[in-house]
Design a protein around this ligand. Structure first.
Ligand code: C5P
Length: 280
């Protein structure tokens, strides 16, 4: 039996760095959502294990060794032959590798009938793997293990733009001026429209954005391009970058913005997609 799982892009609508643990990992407080654009992970249970990587963003990724998808299979004690279709840019702040690992875990659980690995095993695959396994809007705390559903969000559309520079997450955390920053408000409000969501988000931050822009100034240009588009309610970097998102209230202005940015910056990766709501 073969099956396929979708691995949607993970977006940090805001990301507050609130502390640093003794082991060097940072404590976060982040509103995380998923966008309707992503990779696809397909496969069957078979021996020997294999991974082939195809798709528009496959360049530079090998199907061998340390790929998170293979590590996910090993964590489940299963041998699988997997095809990863890569649509998301790698090392780009939208969870690519973590989203793929989470999709592989879901796929292997479905194919084998086994339950998912325990929380500590999932976290050991990567700090963003638990949130990607959740796959719905959540508030993420700790280093990524604290997950609580967000109050219902309004319908909204995201434009994602990446300038084609890969960013190393550890280097951005190292460049952070201070690790102790204010958390999100304790109780998050129920935001009823995309405009209300944007107004709330504008009072929040991504604490990794200033060090990322210092290391890769083009990220500032990505954010400015998004902000300049008609209908863009707010724009911010996701994760440790370099992908930035713009928030839109309707799909037509989001797709028009994506077209305009593609025309102005033909070398950039640009996508427009709905903010994925929880499946009821
Ligand atoms: O867990 P993951 O492999 O995704 O993390 C990559 C690196 O990012 C870590 O080695 C660490 O340097 C940094 N990181 C961090 N705090 C987090 C998540 C990641 O400092 N919460």
């Amino acid at each position: 039996m073969a099956a396929t799982e979708f691995a949607p892009a993970k977006i940090n609508l805001c990301l507050h760095v609130t502390g640093r643990r003794a082991d060097g990992y940072h404590l976060l407080d982040s509103m995380v959502v998923f966008a309707g654009v992503g990779d696809r992970v397909s496969g069957t249970l078979a021996d020997p294990p294999s991974l082939s990587v195809t798709g528009p963003m496959a360049a530079g990724l090998s199907g061998e060794g340390d790929n998170l998808v293979l590590r996910a299979a090993r964590a489940m004690g299963l041998s699988a032959q997997i095809v990863l279709v890569k649509h998301l840019p790698v090392s780009s702040g939208i969870g690519g590798g973590s989203a793929d690992a989470a999709a592989a875990l879901r796929l292997l659980a479905r194919l084998s009938g086994r339950s998912l690995p325990d929380a500590a095993t999932v976290l050991a695959l990567g700090a963003d793997v638990p949130v990607c396994l959740e796959g719905r809007p959540v508030r993420m705390t700790g280093i990524g293990e604290g997950l609580a559903p967000l109050p219902a969000l309004p319908d909204a559309w995201l434009v994602l733009a990446n300038p084609g520079v890969a960013v190393s997450t550890p280097s951005i955390f190292r460049a952070l001026a201070r690790a102790e920053n204010a958390p999100l408000p304790r109780d998050l409000p129920r935001l009823k429209t995309a405009a209300e969501l944007a107004a709330f988000l504008m009072m929040q931050r991504n604490d990794l954005e200033p060090p990322a822009i210092a290391l890769q100034p083009v990220i500032g240009r990505v954010k400015a391009q998004l902000s300049a588009q008609t209908g863009c309610l707010m724009a911010r970097m996701s994760g440790s970058g370099a992908t930035c998102f713009g928030l839109f209230a309707d799909p037509l202005s989001a797709s028009a913005a994506a077209r305009a940015i593609r025309a102005a910056e033909p070398g950039w990766w640009v996508a427009d997609a709905p903010l994925l709501q929880p499946q009821s």
